[in-house]
Design a protein around this ligand. Structure first.
Ligand code: PLP
Length: 425
Protein backbone atom coordinates (compact mmCIF):
# COMPACT_ATOMS: atom_id res chain seq x y z
CA UNK A 1 0.00 0.00 0.00
CA UNK A 2 1.29 3.44 -0.84
CA UNK A 3 2.45 5.52 2.13
CA UNK A 4 2.52 8.69 0.07
CA UNK A 5 0.54 11.56 1.60
CA UNK A 6 -2.33 12.82 -0.57
CA UNK A 7 -1.26 15.73 -2.78
CA UNK A 8 -1.81 19.17 -1.32
CA UNK A 9 -4.95 20.82 -2.75
CA UNK A 10 -4.45 23.45 -5.44
CA UNK A 11 -3.70 26.65 -3.53
CA UNK A 12 -5.83 29.78 -3.82
CA UNK A 13 -4.68 32.40 -6.31
CA UNK A 14 -2.75 35.24 -4.67
CA UNK A 15 -4.31 38.71 -4.79
CA UNK A 16 -2.87 41.35 -7.12
CA UNK A 17 -0.66 43.49 -4.86
CA UNK A 18 -2.29 46.83 -4.15
CA UNK A 19 0.92 48.57 -3.13
CA UNK A 20 4.28 48.65 -4.86
CA UNK A 21 5.57 46.30 -2.18
CA UNK A 22 8.94 45.67 -3.78
CA UNK A 23 9.69 49.39 -3.70
CA UNK A 24 8.38 49.67 -0.12
CA UNK A 25 10.53 46.73 0.99
CA UNK A 26 13.60 48.55 -0.32
CA UNK A 27 12.95 51.11 2.42
CA UNK A 28 13.21 48.48 5.18
CA UNK A 29 16.84 47.29 5.41
CA UNK A 30 16.10 44.72 8.13
CA UNK A 31 13.81 42.69 5.88
CA UNK A 32 16.70 41.76 3.58
CA UNK A 33 18.27 39.04 5.65
CA UNK A 34 18.25 35.30 6.08
CA UNK A 35 17.14 33.64 9.31
CA UNK A 36 18.26 30.04 9.85
CA UNK A 37 19.39 30.03 6.20
CA UNK A 38 15.98 31.12 4.85
CA UNK A 39 14.80 34.57 3.73
CA UNK A 40 13.11 36.30 6.66
CA UNK A 41 9.31 36.48 6.60
CA UNK A 42 8.43 38.96 9.32
CA UNK A 43 4.85 38.38 10.51
CA UNK A 44 5.06 39.75 14.06
CA UNK A 45 3.90 43.26 13.24
CA UNK A 46 1.19 43.45 15.89
CA UNK A 47 3.98 43.20 18.46
CA UNK A 48 6.27 45.70 16.75
CA UNK A 49 6.80 46.77 13.15
CA UNK A 50 10.06 47.31 11.32
CA UNK A 51 11.42 50.78 10.65
CA UNK A 52 11.90 52.39 7.24
CA UNK A 53 15.15 54.11 6.26
CA UNK A 54 13.46 57.52 6.70
CA UNK A 55 12.90 56.83 10.42
CA UNK A 56 16.37 55.38 10.99
CA UNK A 57 17.92 58.36 9.19
CA UNK A 58 15.81 60.88 11.13
CA UNK A 59 17.10 59.42 14.42
CA UNK A 60 20.66 59.40 13.12
CA UNK A 61 20.44 62.98 11.82
CA UNK A 62 18.89 64.20 15.06
CA UNK A 63 21.70 62.76 17.19
CA UNK A 64 24.45 63.80 14.75
CA UNK A 65 23.29 67.36 14.16
CA UNK A 66 20.59 68.69 16.49
CA UNK A 67 20.76 66.87 19.82
CA UNK A 68 20.11 69.07 22.88
CA UNK A 69 17.41 69.44 25.50
CA UNK A 70 14.13 71.03 24.44
CA UNK A 71 12.14 74.09 25.51
CA UNK A 72 14.67 75.60 27.87
CA UNK A 73 17.75 76.36 25.83
CA UNK A 74 18.63 79.71 24.35
CA UNK A 75 21.14 78.24 21.95
CA UNK A 76 20.92 77.06 18.38
CA UNK A 77 20.96 73.31 19.04
CA UNK A 78 18.27 73.53 21.69
CA UNK A 79 16.12 75.59 19.36
CA UNK A 80 16.57 73.03 16.61
CA UNK A 81 15.75 70.15 18.96
CA UNK A 82 12.61 71.99 20.13
CA UNK A 83 11.53 72.65 16.55
CA UNK A 84 12.08 69.00 15.64
CA UNK A 85 10.19 67.78 18.73
CA UNK A 86 7.22 70.11 18.31
CA UNK A 87 7.29 69.76 14.52
CA UNK A 88 6.90 66.00 14.93
CA UNK A 89 3.81 66.60 17.07
CA UNK A 90 2.29 68.62 14.22
CA UNK A 91 3.02 65.86 11.70
CA UNK A 92 1.51 63.12 13.86
CA UNK A 93 -1.50 65.35 14.63
CA UNK A 94 -2.00 65.91 10.92
CA UNK A 95 -1.79 62.15 10.20
CA UNK A 96 -4.64 61.53 12.64
CA UNK A 97 -6.79 64.54 11.65
CA UNK A 98 -6.14 66.32 14.96
CA UNK A 99 -6.72 70.05 14.40
CA UNK A 100 -5.35 71.21 17.76
CA UNK A 101 -1.85 69.74 18.36
CA UNK A 102 -2.06 70.80 22.04
CA UNK A 103 -4.51 67.91 22.42
CA UNK A 104 -1.76 65.42 21.51
CA UNK A 105 0.38 64.40 24.50
CA UNK A 106 3.56 62.40 23.91
CA UNK A 107 3.77 59.29 26.06
CA UNK A 108 6.00 56.21 26.05
CA UNK A 109 3.25 54.36 24.20
CA UNK A 110 -0.27 53.04 24.59
CA UNK A 111 0.32 51.56 28.03
CA UNK A 112 1.49 54.85 29.47
CA UNK A 113 -1.32 56.76 27.73
CA UNK A 114 -3.94 54.46 29.28
CA UNK A 115 -2.33 54.71 32.71
CA UNK A 116 -2.21 58.50 32.35
CA UNK A 117 -6.00 58.60 31.92
CA UNK A 118 -6.56 56.14 34.76
CA UNK A 119 -4.35 58.08 37.19
CA UNK A 120 -5.57 61.56 36.30
CA UNK A 121 -9.08 61.59 34.81
CA UNK A 122 -9.98 58.34 36.56
CA UNK A 123 -8.71 59.37 39.97
CA UNK A 124 -10.49 62.73 39.72
CA UNK A 125 -13.81 61.41 38.41
CA UNK A 126 -14.47 57.92 39.76
CA UNK A 127 -16.19 57.19 43.07
CA UNK A 128 -17.33 54.00 44.78
CA UNK A 129 -20.27 52.54 42.86
CA UNK A 130 -19.30 54.13 39.52
CA UNK A 131 -18.73 51.72 36.65
CA UNK A 132 -16.11 51.29 33.94
CA UNK A 133 -17.16 49.26 30.92
CA UNK A 134 -14.43 47.18 29.23
CA UNK A 135 -14.56 43.97 27.18
CA UNK A 136 -13.23 40.46 27.59
CA UNK A 137 -10.93 40.96 24.58
CA UNK A 138 -8.86 43.79 26.11
CA UNK A 139 -5.07 43.79 26.20
CA UNK A 140 -3.75 43.74 29.76
CA UNK A 141 -2.78 47.40 29.23
CA UNK A 142 -6.46 48.27 28.94
CA UNK A 143 -7.43 46.10 31.87
CA UNK A 144 -4.89 46.30 34.68
CA UNK A 145 -4.87 50.14 34.98
CA UNK A 146 -8.67 50.01 35.51
CA UNK A 147 -8.37 47.16 38.00
CA UNK A 148 -5.89 49.28 39.97
CA UNK A 149 -8.20 52.30 39.69
CA UNK A 150 -11.17 50.23 40.84
CA UNK A 151 -9.16 49.10 43.87
CA UNK A 152 -8.30 52.71 44.70
CA UNK A 153 -11.78 54.16 44.20
CA UNK A 154 -14.26 51.37 44.81
CA UNK A 155 -15.50 51.63 41.20
CA UNK A 156 -16.80 48.47 39.54
CA UNK A 157 -15.56 46.96 36.27
CA UNK A 158 -18.07 45.49 33.82
CA UNK A 159 -17.35 43.60 30.62
CA UNK A 160 -18.79 43.21 27.14
CA UNK A 161 -18.61 39.60 25.99
CA UNK A 162 -17.83 38.31 22.49
CA UNK A 163 -19.74 36.08 20.07
CA UNK A 164 -18.45 32.84 18.56
CA UNK A 165 -16.48 34.78 15.91
CA UNK A 166 -14.75 37.01 18.46
CA UNK A 167 -16.90 40.07 17.76
CA UNK A 168 -18.22 42.23 20.60
CA UNK A 169 -21.69 41.17 21.70
CA UNK A 170 -23.40 44.54 21.51
CA UNK A 171 -26.79 43.09 22.45
CA UNK A 172 -25.74 43.51 26.09
CA UNK A 173 -24.93 47.22 25.73
CA UNK A 174 -28.36 48.36 26.95
CA UNK A 175 -27.96 46.40 30.15
CA UNK A 176 -24.28 47.26 30.69
CA UNK A 177 -24.41 50.97 29.86
CA UNK A 178 -26.26 52.78 32.62
CA UNK A 179 -26.18 56.12 34.40
CA UNK A 180 -23.53 54.55 36.67
CA UNK A 181 -21.13 54.10 33.72
CA UNK A 182 -18.48 56.81 33.85
CA UNK A 183 -16.06 55.40 31.30
CA UNK A 184 -16.09 52.97 28.38
CA UNK A 185 -12.60 51.86 27.34
CA UNK A 186 -12.24 49.49 24.38
CA UNK A 187 -9.69 48.33 21.85
CA UNK A 188 -10.42 49.65 18.38
CA UNK A 189 -8.80 46.49 16.99
CA UNK A 190 -8.15 43.33 19.01
CA UNK A 191 -4.46 42.40 19.05
CA UNK A 192 -5.35 38.73 19.56
CA UNK A 193 -8.30 38.26 17.18
CA UNK A 194 -7.96 41.10 14.68
CA UNK A 195 -11.60 42.11 15.23
CA UNK A 196 -12.35 45.73 14.33
CA UNK A 197 -14.77 47.07 16.92
CA UNK A 198 -17.48 49.64 16.06
CA UNK A 199 -16.06 52.25 18.43
CA UNK A 200 -17.89 55.18 16.83
CA UNK A 201 -21.25 53.54 17.39
CA UNK A 202 -20.30 52.60 20.97
CA UNK A 203 -19.03 56.14 21.67
CA UNK A 204 -22.46 57.51 20.75
CA UNK A 205 -24.12 55.08 23.11
CA UNK A 206 -21.59 55.90 25.86
CA UNK A 207 -22.21 59.62 25.48
CA UNK A 208 -25.96 59.06 25.64
CA UNK A 209 -25.56 57.90 29.27
CA UNK A 210 -23.00 60.62 30.05
CA UNK A 211 -19.94 58.34 29.96
CA UNK A 212 -16.53 59.18 28.53
CA UNK A 213 -15.17 56.95 25.75
CA UNK A 214 -11.51 55.92 25.52
CA UNK A 215 -10.20 54.01 22.52
CA UNK A 216 -7.11 51.80 22.76
CA UNK A 217 -5.76 52.48 19.29
CA UNK A 218 -2.55 50.42 19.55
CA UNK A 219 -3.70 48.13 16.72
CA UNK A 220 -5.79 50.58 14.71
CA UNK A 221 -3.47 53.58 14.43
CA UNK A 222 -0.95 51.59 12.34
CA UNK A 223 -3.43 49.78 10.11
CA UNK A 224 -6.65 51.76 9.58
CA UNK A 225 -6.93 55.26 8.09
CA UNK A 226 -7.90 56.60 11.51
CA UNK A 227 -9.16 60.17 11.84
CA UNK A 228 -9.21 60.33 15.64
CA UNK A 229 -11.74 63.13 16.24
CA UNK A 230 -14.07 61.53 13.66
CA UNK A 231 -14.24 58.41 15.84
CA UNK A 232 -16.35 60.41 18.26
CA UNK A 233 -14.31 59.26 21.27
CA UNK A 234 -12.87 61.41 24.06
CA UNK A 235 -9.41 59.81 24.42
CA UNK A 236 -7.33 57.74 22.00
CA UNK A 237 -4.05 55.98 22.85
CA UNK A 238 -1.40 54.69 20.40
CA UNK A 239 2.20 53.41 20.18
CA UNK A 240 4.86 54.56 17.72
CA UNK A 241 6.73 51.26 17.49
CA UNK A 242 3.69 49.52 16.03
CA UNK A 243 3.50 52.02 13.16
CA UNK A 244 7.04 52.24 11.78
CA UNK A 245 8.23 54.55 14.57
CA UNK A 246 10.76 54.02 17.36
CA UNK A 247 10.09 52.25 20.65
CA UNK A 248 9.46 54.36 23.74
CA UNK A 249 7.23 56.93 22.02
CA UNK A 250 3.49 57.09 21.47
CA UNK A 251 0.67 59.36 22.35
CA UNK A 252 -2.59 60.20 23.97
CA UNK A 253 -5.15 62.36 22.22
CA UNK A 254 -7.78 63.87 24.48
CA UNK A 255 -10.46 66.51 24.14
CA UNK A 256 -9.08 69.85 25.27
CA UNK A 257 -11.85 70.40 27.84
CA UNK A 258 -11.11 67.03 29.47
CA UNK A 259 -7.32 67.44 29.39
CA UNK A 260 -7.56 70.93 30.87
CA UNK A 261 -9.75 69.76 33.73
CA UNK A 262 -7.50 66.79 34.56
CA UNK A 263 -4.77 67.00 37.20
CA UNK A 264 -1.21 66.36 35.95
CA UNK A 265 0.16 62.82 35.78
CA UNK A 266 3.86 62.99 36.71
CA UNK A 267 5.39 66.03 38.40
CA UNK A 268 8.74 67.57 37.50
CA UNK A 269 10.43 69.87 35.03
CA UNK A 270 8.65 71.23 31.97
CA UNK A 271 5.12 70.50 33.22
CA UNK A 272 4.95 73.54 35.50
CA UNK A 273 4.22 77.22 35.17
CA UNK A 274 5.21 78.66 38.57
CA UNK A 275 6.75 76.60 41.38
CA UNK A 276 6.67 77.76 45.01
CA UNK A 277 8.01 75.73 47.90
CA UNK A 278 4.53 74.66 48.93
CA UNK A 279 2.76 74.40 45.60
CA UNK A 280 2.87 74.89 41.84
CA UNK A 281 0.78 75.80 38.85
CA UNK A 282 0.82 73.88 35.60
CA UNK A 283 2.08 74.52 32.11
CA UNK A 284 -0.39 74.81 29.26
CA UNK A 285 -1.38 71.75 27.22
CA UNK A 286 0.18 69.47 26.16
CA UNK A 287 3.24 70.15 28.37
CA UNK A 288 1.25 69.78 31.59
CA UNK A 289 1.40 66.02 30.92
CA UNK A 290 5.03 65.84 29.71
CA UNK A 291 7.17 65.98 32.85
CA UNK A 292 10.94 65.78 32.58
CA UNK A 293 13.16 65.48 29.54
CA UNK A 294 11.02 63.71 26.95
CA UNK A 295 12.03 61.10 24.37
CA UNK A 296 12.99 63.80 21.87
CA UNK A 297 14.63 61.50 19.34
CA UNK A 298 11.65 59.14 19.60
CA UNK A 299 9.26 61.97 18.76
CA UNK A 300 11.46 62.97 15.82
CA UNK A 301 11.42 59.38 14.57
CA UNK A 302 7.67 59.24 15.06
CA UNK A 303 7.28 62.37 12.94
CA UNK A 304 9.27 60.67 10.18
CA UNK A 305 7.08 57.56 10.51
CA UNK A 306 3.94 59.72 10.18
CA UNK A 307 5.31 61.30 7.00
CA UNK A 308 6.26 57.89 5.63
CA UNK A 309 2.79 56.44 6.20
CA UNK A 310 1.06 59.56 4.88
CA UNK A 311 3.26 59.38 1.77
CA UNK A 312 2.15 55.82 1.04
CA UNK A 313 -1.46 56.58 1.89
CA UNK A 314 -3.21 54.92 4.79
CA UNK A 315 -6.22 53.91 2.71
CA UNK A 316 -3.82 52.01 0.46
CA UNK A 317 -2.08 50.40 3.46
CA UNK A 318 -5.43 49.28 4.84
CA UNK A 319 -6.63 47.90 1.47
CA UNK A 320 -3.32 46.05 0.99
CA UNK A 321 -3.56 44.43 4.43
CA UNK A 322 -7.22 43.49 3.94
CA UNK A 323 -6.31 41.75 0.67
CA UNK A 324 -3.38 39.95 2.36
CA UNK A 325 -5.52 38.85 5.30
CA UNK A 326 -8.24 37.64 2.92
CA UNK A 327 -5.64 35.60 1.08
CA UNK A 328 -4.14 34.33 4.35
CA UNK A 329 -7.57 33.18 5.54
CA UNK A 330 -8.00 31.23 2.27
CA UNK A 331 -4.54 29.67 2.43
CA UNK A 332 -4.84 28.75 6.10
CA UNK A 333 -8.26 27.20 5.47
CA UNK A 334 -6.44 24.75 3.16
CA UNK A 335 -4.21 23.52 6.01
CA UNK A 336 -5.94 20.53 7.62
CA UNK A 337 -6.59 20.68 11.39
CA UNK A 338 -5.89 24.41 11.51
CA UNK A 339 -8.35 26.65 13.31
CA UNK A 340 -8.38 30.40 12.75
CA UNK A 341 -9.80 32.51 15.57
CA UNK A 342 -11.73 35.72 15.06
CA UNK A 343 -14.17 37.01 12.43
CA UNK A 344 -14.54 34.97 9.22
CA UNK A 345 -15.13 38.06 7.07
CA UNK A 346 -11.83 39.86 6.25
CA UNK A 347 -13.81 43.13 6.14
CA UNK A 348 -14.37 42.77 9.91
CA UNK A 349 -10.66 42.30 10.63
CA UNK A 350 -7.42 44.15 10.63
CA UNK A 351 -4.03 42.57 9.86
CA UNK A 352 -4.01 39.96 12.65
CA UNK A 353 -4.64 36.23 12.13
CA UNK A 354 -4.55 34.02 15.24
CA UNK A 355 -4.61 30.26 14.84
CA UNK A 356 -4.08 26.90 16.48
CA UNK A 357 -3.04 23.74 14.65
CA UNK A 358 -4.42 20.44 15.95
CA UNK A 359 -3.02 19.95 19.45
CA UNK A 360 0.45 21.30 18.62
CA UNK A 361 1.42 23.79 21.30
CA UNK A 362 1.58 27.27 19.76
CA UNK A 363 5.10 27.74 21.17
CA UNK A 364 6.26 24.61 19.33
CA UNK A 365 4.52 25.84 16.21
CA UNK A 366 6.23 29.24 16.41
CA UNK A 367 9.61 27.53 16.92
CA UNK A 368 9.12 25.35 13.84
CA UNK A 369 7.99 28.35 11.80
CA UNK A 370 11.04 30.27 12.99
CA UNK A 371 13.30 27.49 11.72
CA UNK A 372 11.60 28.04 8.33
CA UNK A 373 12.41 31.77 8.54
CA UNK A 374 8.83 32.77 9.42
CA UNK A 375 8.54 35.03 12.48
CA UNK A 376 5.18 34.80 14.28
CA UNK A 377 4.18 35.28 17.91
CA UNK A 378 2.75 32.61 20.17
CA UNK A 379 1.31 32.90 23.65
CA UNK A 380 -1.55 34.68 25.35
CA UNK A 381 -0.77 37.98 23.58
CA UNK A 382 -1.30 39.88 26.86
CA UNK A 383 -4.96 38.84 26.76
CA UNK A 384 -5.19 36.08 29.37
CA UNK A 385 -8.92 36.63 30.09
CA UNK A 386 -9.65 36.38 26.36
CA UNK A 387 -7.70 33.12 26.07
CA UNK A 388 -9.73 31.76 28.99
CA UNK A 389 -12.94 32.90 27.29
CA UNK A 390 -11.88 31.09 24.10
CA UNK A 391 -10.95 28.00 26.10
CA UNK A 392 -7.31 27.92 24.94
CA UNK A 393 -4.07 28.60 26.80
CA UNK A 394 -2.52 30.39 23.85
CA UNK A 395 -2.59 30.83 20.08
CA UNK A 396 -0.05 31.46 17.35
CA UNK A 397 -0.46 34.80 15.64
CA UNK A 398 0.63 36.05 12.22
CA UNK A 399 0.25 39.78 11.78
CA UNK A 400 0.77 41.67 8.55
CA UNK A 401 1.90 45.11 7.50
CA UNK A 402 2.43 47.17 4.39
CA UNK A 403 5.66 45.37 3.40
CA UNK A 404 4.25 41.83 3.49
CA UNK A 405 3.48 39.96 0.28
CA UNK A 406 1.21 37.14 -0.92
CA UNK A 407 4.38 35.07 -1.42
CA UNK A 408 5.05 35.43 2.31
CA UNK A 409 1.55 34.18 3.06
CA UNK A 410 2.45 31.14 0.93
CA UNK A 411 5.63 30.67 2.98
CA UNK A 412 3.52 30.73 6.16
CA UNK A 413 1.06 28.17 4.79
CA UNK A 414 3.91 25.91 3.58
CA UNK A 415 5.66 26.14 6.96
CA UNK A 416 2.42 25.19 8.73
CA UNK A 417 1.99 22.13 6.51
CA UNK A 418 5.59 21.23 7.30
CA UNK A 419 4.91 21.58 11.07
CA UNK A 420 1.85 19.40 10.75
CA UNK A 421 3.84 16.67 9.04
CA UNK A 422 6.64 16.92 11.61
CA UNK A 423 4.08 16.21 14.32
CA UNK A 424 2.86 13.18 12.41
CA UNK A 425 -0.51 14.51 11.28
N1 PLP B 1 -3.23 47.61 23.53
C1 PLP B 1 -3.18 46.76 22.50
C2 PLP B 1 -4.44 46.36 21.79
C3 PLP B 1 -1.95 46.25 22.10
O1 PLP B 1 -1.88 45.39 21.07
C4 PLP B 1 -0.78 46.63 22.79
C5 PLP B 1 0.53 46.06 22.44
O2 PLP B 1 0.61 44.95 21.94
C6 PLP B 1 -0.90 47.54 23.84
C7 PLP B 1 -2.15 48.00 24.19
C8 PLP B 1 0.29 48.01 24.60
O3 PLP B 1 1.14 48.74 23.76
P1 PLP B 1 2.58 49.20 24.27
O4 PLP B 1 3.26 47.97 24.76
O5 PLP B 1 3.21 49.77 23.05
O6 PLP B 1 2.36 50.22 25.34
Amino acid sequence: MSTLAPPDPAPSAPPTPLLDVERIREEFPILHQQVHGKPLVYLDNAASTQKPRAVIEALDAYYRRDNANVHRGLHELSNRATEAYEGARLRVASLFGIADPAELVWTRGTTEALNLVAWTWGQANLRAGDEVLLSVMEHHSNLVPWQLLAQRTGARLRFLDIDDQGRLDLSALDELLTERTRLVSLAHVSNALGTVNPVRQIAERAHAVGAVMLVDGAQSAPHLPVDIPALGCDFYAFSGHKMCGPTGIGGLWGRRTLLEAMPPFLGGGDMIDVVELEGSTWAALPHKFEAGTPHIAGAVGMGAAADFLAGIGRDAVCAHERALVGYALERLAEVPDLRVWGPRDPAERSGVVSFTLADIHPHDLATILDAEGVAVRAGHHCTQPLMRRLGVSSTARASFYLYNTPAEVDRLADALRHARKLFGY
